[in-house]
Design a protein around this ligand. Structure first.
Ligand SMILES: [Zn+2]
Length: 325
């Protein structure tokens, strides 16, 4: 038996015991049906046919089996109705994810923030949030993150990050403390299997801001003379429970633009050739004096021109920040 098979057998046997207790007390149709499926999977494990599609007999993906050890048919062999069911679930998940997004452009507390959020598929592992000041005069928080992995699993963890920061920010702790706590909780939730890169800004109403960075691509600052990256940062969230984070305190002057992004921008590639930080910086330099929504559109268009008809490999998010006079 492979380790996956052994682990699955253990899980299924425990589940079977649990179901047996349930069906003994209430002979409900759904429990009985589920127990039949669990029994069939245990039987298949014992005779060595588990993990193979019941229709085409090809091995199924280990990832999918680990998620649901009861699947019997590979994705290619699903019936049209089953396929439509999966598609509906995915569309519903995408809709939920969009309701968590902040407004696409926000002017508040002396700041203007606009962003472009573009999932590769129906859902995204990119996390963007704007957490409004708790009271007049308190800071506005901007959070941008990127969860490892793809698809629904990454999207679930994205919504977990959303909840974490929504709960932690109002405590008013400095960013390093907030990151430390978020890291502990995220590591606990994901058993250190997944991780997220994340940058957060605390925007004060007088133009000062502090920034903390957990392994996220360096934000770019356009100041009228040129574009430079903001250095500094710690390890991604979720990797090690005891990571330590720092913050930098800076100020943004009117006319300067700060651009945060996920690696779907700089690592987008045409064949082997990445768009890269150089082209990204040049793109920002050219558009730095445009209104923020136009700046985002221009940066996106530069990338589109570079990629041509090359397939997109990742989610993409761009967030632009500026002072308003
Ligand atoms: Zn099949």
């Amino acid at each position: 038996m492979t380790p996956l098979e052994a682990r699955t057998l253990e899980r299924l046997s425990a589940r079977r015991d649990h179901l047996a207790r349930l069906t003994a007390s209430r002979n409900e149709h759904r429990w009985v049906d589920l127990m039949r499926r669990v029994d069939a999977a245990i039987g298949a494990l014992e005779v060595g046919t588990w993990g193979f599609c019941a229709v085409c007999h090809d091995p199924m993906s280990a990832e999918r089996l680990a998620e649901d050890p009861l699947v019997r048919v590979c994705l290619e062999c699903l019936s049209e109705a089953e396929r439509r069911g999966l598609e509906r679930d995915l569309q519903a998940a995408g809709k939920v994810q969009r309701t968590l997004l902040p407004p696409a452009r926000l002017v508040q507390a002396g700041w203007e923030v606009a962003y472009h959020w573009e999932p590769r598929g129906v859902v995204s592992g990119d996390h963007v949030d704007l957490i409004p000041p708790a009271a007049p005069g308190s800071p506005l928080h901007l959070v941008l993150g990127d969860v490892s992995g793809k698809g629904v699993a990454a999207a679930l963890l994205q919504s977990h990050l959303h909840a974490l920061f929504r709960a932690l920010v109002p405590t008013g702790q400095p960013l390093p403390d907030l990151f430390k706590r978020a890291n502990e909780l995220f590591a606990e939730a994901t058993s250190s299997v997944s991780y997220a890169t994340l940058a957060a800004l605390r925007l004060e109403s007088d133009g000062r801001f502090s920034i903390a960075n957990a392994g996220h691509p360096r934000p770019l600052l356009a100041d009228g003379r040129g574009v430079r990256p903001l250095e500094g940062g710690g390890l991604p969230l979720g990797l090690f429970g005891d990571s330590v984070y720092t913050e930098r305190e800076l100020a943004l002057a009117p006319g300067q633009t700060l651009l945060l992004y996920t690696d779907g921008w700089t690592e987008a590639a045409r064949g082997e050739r990445e768009f890269g930080i150089g082209r990204a910086a040049a793109s920002l330099r050219r558009s730095a004096s445009l209104p923020l929504p136009d700046l985002l559109t221009a940066c996106r268009a530069d990338l589109e021109r570079y990629l041509g008809d090359a397939p997109r490999g990742d989610d993409l998010t761009l967030v632009a920040v500026r002072r308003v006079a």
